[in-house]
Write a protein that binds this ligand. Structure first.
Ligand SMILES: NC(=O)c1ccc[n+]([C@@H]2O[C@H](COP(=O)([O-])OP(=O)(O)OC[C@H]3O[C@@H](n4cnc5c(N)ncnc54)[C@H](OP(=O)(O)O)[C@@H]3O)[C@@H](O)[C@H]2O)c1
Length: 344
C-alpha cells in the first residue's frame, strides 16, 4: 500500500511517499480502507521529534481516519455490543499509521459514522471534537450562560470548541491572528480578540471583571499563566497543548522548546484551593484506555452533528501524496478549521 512516512525528524520535507506491506488484521482489530485522514498539530510535532513518546523514524504519522471497513479480526466487536462488518462506514482514532491507504485499528477505537456523513467530516471529528467535548463537558461541566475563552479559536480544536460552546449557550471569547478576526465573528464568537493588537487578559477583565469559568489553552508557555488570570472562582484552566514549542518553518528549535517549558507556570495546590480554581489536563492519547467513556462522548458528538448543531469546518484538503504542503500550510497558520488528506 501507499503511505506517507516521516523518514527522519525534521521540517515538512521529511515526509515521504513510499510503498509498505499492507497491514494484517489481528484479533479484535478492524481493517479500514482509508478515504480521508485528519491532519493534527500533534502530527507536526511528531514529525519534528518534539512530541512525547513519538516513535523513531521511519514511522507513519496520523491519529485519525474515516473510511470503509474491509475486514474484521475475531468478530470486530466495538466493546458495546456493536459489531463491525465489511462495508461499514467508520471513523477511528488510530494513534499513528493514518497517512496510508489501509490501517488496522483496535475495534474499541472505531466508531460507526452517522448515515450520510461525508468521509472528510468523519476524519475531522474524532480528535478535535472529543478533545473539546471531553474538556468542556465531561471534565469542565460547563453550563448554559458560562463564559469560555478559546485560544486558537479559528483552528481545528478551536472551531470545534466554538461550535460546542454555541450549542450549549455559552458566552464565547476567542483569540486568533489578525487575518481570522472576521471569521471568528462570523462563527459566533462574542468577543473576538486579535492577540497581535490586544492583551487578552485586559479584554477579558474589561468585559468580565469577576473572571470567567473556563479557558481552553493549547498555546502554552506564558499563555498558561495569563489564561489563569482570566478565571474567577470556579474557573477551569484546560491545559491541552504546547503550540508555542513549534515554529512557522517547522524546524525543531531547542531554544523555542526550552523557553515554552521554562515559561510554564508551576501550579501550587494551596493557591488553587485559595482561588477555587481547577487545572484540567487533557491528553486524548491517554484517553484511549477509557474506551467506553470515549464511545459515549463520541455518541454525544454524533448526536450534535445529526441535529445540525455542529459541522466540522474543513479548511483545506490535500491529496495524501501532498502531505508536505498540508504540514507547511498549518505551520504557516493559514488553516481555518481542519486540514484533511484525501486518500485514493
Ligand atoms: N491534548 C490533546 O489531546 C490534544 C488534542 C488535539 C489537539 N491538541 C493541541 O491543540 C492545539 C491545536 O491543535 P489543532 O490540531 O486544532 O491545530 P490548529 O489550531 O488547527 O492549528 C494551529 C493554530 O494555532 C494557532 N496558534 C497560536 N499560537 C501558535 C503558535 N505559537 N504556534 C503555532 N500555532 C499557533 C494558529 O492560529 P492563529 O493564526 O489564530 O494564531 C494556528 O493556525 C495544538 O497545540 C495541539 O497539539 C491537543
Amino acid at each position: 500500500m501507499r503511505v506517507v512516512a516521516v523518514k527522519r525528524y525534521g521540517d515538512p520535507e521529511v515526509l515521504e511517499a513510499r510503498e509498505m506491506p499492507d497491514p494484517q488484521v489481528n484479533s479484535g482489530e478492524v481493517l479500514i480502507r482509508v478515504k480521508a485522514a485528519g491532519v493534527n498539530f500533534a502530527d507536526l510535532m511528531q514529525r519534528m521529534g518534539i512530541y512525547p513518546g513519538v516513535p523513531k523514524p521511519p514511522f507513519v504519522p496520523g491519529f485519525e481516519v474515516a473510511g470503509v471497513v474491509e475486514k474484521v479480526g475475531d468478530g470486530g466487536k466495538s466493546g458495546d455490543g456493536d459489531t463491525f462488518r465489511p462495508g461499514d462506514a467508520v471513523c477511528a482514532i488510530t494513534q499513528y499509521n493514518a497517512y496510508a491507504q489501509w490501517v488496522a485499528v483496535p475495534a474499541r477505537q472505531v466508531y460507526r459514522l452517522p448515515a450520510g456523513m461525508p468521509f472528510e467530516d468523519g476524519a475531522a471529528l474524532p480528535v478535535n471534537y472529543l478533545t473539546a467535548y471531553h474538556a468542556m463537558f465531561a471534565m469542565g461541566n460547563l453550563q448554559s450562560g458560562d463564559r469560555i475563552l478559546i485560544h486558537g479559536a479559528a483552528g481545528g480544536v478551536g472551531t470545534a470548541a466554538v461550535q460546542l460552546a454555541r450549542a450549549k449557550g455559552l458566552e464565547i471569547y476567542g483569540t486568533a491572528g489578525p487575518a481570522k478576526q472576521e471569521y471568528l465573528r462570523k462563527i459566533g464568537v462574542d468577543h473576538a480578540i486579535d492577540y497581535e493588537k490586544s492583551d487578552f487578559v485586559e479584554v477579558l477583565r474589561k468585559f468580565s471583571p469577576d473572571g470567567i469559568e473556563m479557558v481552553m489553552d493549547a498555546i502554552g508557555g506564558k499563555s498558561f499563566a495569563n489564561s489563569y488570570k482570566c478565571l474567577g472562582p470556579t474557573g477551569r484552566l484546560v491545559v491541552y497543548g504546547l503550540s508555542a514549542a513549534a515554529g512557522p518553518d517547522g524546524k525543531k528549535s531547542a531554544a523555542r522548546g526550552l523557553s515554552a517549558i521554562l515559561q510554564t507556570p508551576r501550579f501550587n495546590p494551596l493557591r488553587l484551593m485559595a482561588d477555587n480554581i481547577t487545572v484540567i489536563g487533557v491528553s486524548l492519547g491517554k484517553m484511549l484506555s477509557k474506551a467506553g467513556l470515549m464511545r459515549r462522548e463520541m455518541e454525544e458528538v454524533f448526536k450534535l452533528y445529526e441535529t445540525g448543531k455542529i459541522k466540522p469546518v474543513i479548511g483545506k484538503s490535500f491529496p495524501l501524496a501532498d502531505a508536505v504542503s498540508a504540514h507547511k500550510y498549518i505551520h504557516a497558520r493559514k488553516n481555518i478549521g481542519k486540514v484533511i488528506l484525501n486518500v485514493k
